[in-house]
Design a protein. Structure first.
Length: 235
């Protein structure tokens, strides 16, 4: 897999990974920011978010993106859910790499660290903190801590585009593997229930979330626009 293999969707260049193991092998050789790309992110793309994705490692985190890549000839491209991927990374490297975690409320990040240590004995966590950076001084202190401790893998669970912009600033000081996680710590600690496996396997996780949270309808507009653009060949 090389940068020339990427598929461009509304200015965002996405790697058509065919398996999690292929992605892990790729990032083991090439550090960067892992950016989960879905229909909403594609349709809300700006010059800045496109630059971050295109300078790093965008992967398909949505069924729509997977379908779009397959329509562009990458028939073996798969969807890789970000809330699974970060645990795949921990599973693969918890004995050999160091980690730093950022995000969530204080009780969420505390529970996340406690569970990681239980689930992955021997994991080396160099630091962690909640996701509420209230001042520029707090933000700078965090970036300085990352640069000083030099972890191999940094997980940032703050939502887009805030987490991508923070990771880009961190990356300028310290090259590592970064991944934005959104609300994955809430899922991992049991505070948010993920769609049952059947819905996941049939690429209907978005529909499950909508049925459980109909107030999300404004976000579904982007999914419908993505589908329309794909059918019209505008992606």
């Amino acid at each position: 897999m090389t940068p020339s293999d990427r598929i461009t969707l509304n200015g965002m260049k996405v790697y058509p990974f065919t398996s999690v193991s292929e992605l892990l092998a790729f990032i083991d050789e090439r550090k960067g920011i892992l950016v989960a790309v879905n229909a909403e992110k594609v349709m809300k793309a700006t010059d800045e978010t496109c630059r971050i994705v295109n300078d790093n490692i965008g992967y398909s985190d949505g069924a729509g993106v997977k379908v779009a890549m397959r329509r562009k000839g990458r028939k073996d491209a798969i969807r890789i859910a970000g809330c699974d991927l970060w645990l795949n990374i921990v599973q693969a490297w918890h004995q050999s790499k160091t980690f730093y975690l950022i995000g969530g409320r204080q009780e969420v990040i505390d529970d996340t660290i406690e569970r990681l240590k239980k689930d992955f004995p021997g994991i080396r966590i160099l630091g962690y903190r909640n996701g509420y950076l209230k001042t520029s001084d707090e933000r700078q202190t965090l970036i300085d801590d990352i640069a000083g401790k030099r972890p191999d893998v940094i997980f940032v669970a703050m939502g887009s585009p805030v987490q991508e912009l923070l990771m880009a600033d961190m990356q300028a000081r310290h090259q590592a593997i970064y991944q934005g996680l959104g609300g994955s710590f809430d899922v991992y600690t049991g505070r948010v229930k993920r769609a049952p496996k059947w819905w996941q396997d049939h690429n209907l996780e978005f529909l499950y979330r909508f049925l459980k949270q109909p107030q999300r309808y404004r976000r579904e507009v982007y999914r419908l626009k993505f589908l329309l653009w794909m059918l019209l060949g505008r992606l």
